[in-house]
Design a protein. Sequence first.
Length: 345
Amino acid sequence: MKFGNFLFPQSNGPSDDYRAVTEALNESILSEQLGYDEVWIGEHHLDGACAYVDPIAFAGTVIGRTSKIGIGFSAIQMALHHPTRLAEQISLLDNLSRGRVTLGIGRGTAFNFYEYRAYGIPFNEAQDRLLESEEILTSSWANKTVYAYKGKYFRLEIPQLRPAVYTKPHPPLIRALATEGTLVEMAKQGRPFMMVVQSDKETIRLFHKYEEVMRISGYEESLIKKNLSQTRIWRNIVVAKSDKEAADRALPAFEEYTRHIRNARETLNTPEELGSVRENLENPRFTSRHNIIYGSPSTVSKRISQLSHAGVGGLILHFRVGSLSQEHNEESLSLFSSEVIPAFR
C-alpha cells in the first residue's frame, strides 16, 4: 500500500497566504525525509482552501527541493487548463523529476462556480472539455509527427511535443471520480482511478464493484490486481499518541475546515449558483466525521487495514486539516511514518 501526503494548505486570508504556502513546501521536504511514497498536489482557486493555487508552479518547486518522493496531482481541473499547454508542462515536470510525476485529472469542482467564472469557462462545458483534453494529452505525448485534433472545444495541430516525456509511453494518467457511474466506466475501460472521500463502508463496496465489473468485462486477474495497486483514495487524518489527544485536535480542526469551505461557497457563488449546490453544502458525504481518520497509531492502523484488505492501492492523506497547528501536524506525520506505515510494508 502506498502512502501519500496531500498538501492542501488552508489560508484564512491574504495576510496568511505566505505562511500557508511556505509551510506546505517545507512539509513536502519533511514528507520525503519521513519516508512517504508520494506527495499529492491539489487545485482550487480564489477561496484560500488550497493556498498555493497553481499546482504546476508549486509542483516544480517541490521537484526542485526533493529527490525521490513521487509527485501526484489530485487533481488538475481540466476545464481550467489548455491541453497542449498542460501536456508540455507535465512533460517538463516529468523530465525534471526523472519520472516521479503522476497526473490525476478531473472535470473540476461541482460546487465552486466562481472558479469557472474567473476563467471564463461555462460549467456545463467542463465534462466534455475533460474528455477532449484527455485524448489530446495522451495522443500528443505519443505522437512523433503532427497530431491533428478536431473536437467541440479544441481544434489543434500539434507537431511532435517537446520536451519529449521522460516516462514512456507517458506519465501515469489517472481519472479522479466522485460517482459510481464513472467508477463503472473506468472499470469497463480497464483503467485505475482516484476517488474523493466516501465512508469506509461505501469505499469497500465500490472497490468490490470495480473488481466485479472488470471481471465481467473480460479483463484478466493480473490487470485487475495491477489497476487496484494504482488506485488512490483521499482521507483527512490526524494521528496523536492517544485517541483522546487525537480527537481533541482533529475534530475542531475538521469542523473549522468544513466551515471555511462552506463559507467560501456561500460568499463567492452567486445566489443562482448557490441554489444549485445548496443541498450538497451539508451533505454528510463531505461533512461527516467519517471523512476524517483520527486516533492513536494503533486505532488508525485498524481503520486503514480495512481499506487495505479491500484492495485500495494507496491513500492520499490530508494531514494539515484546517486550523491544525504546524507542531501537531508534524507530530501526526512523524507518528504515522514511524508506527503505522511499517505495518503495511
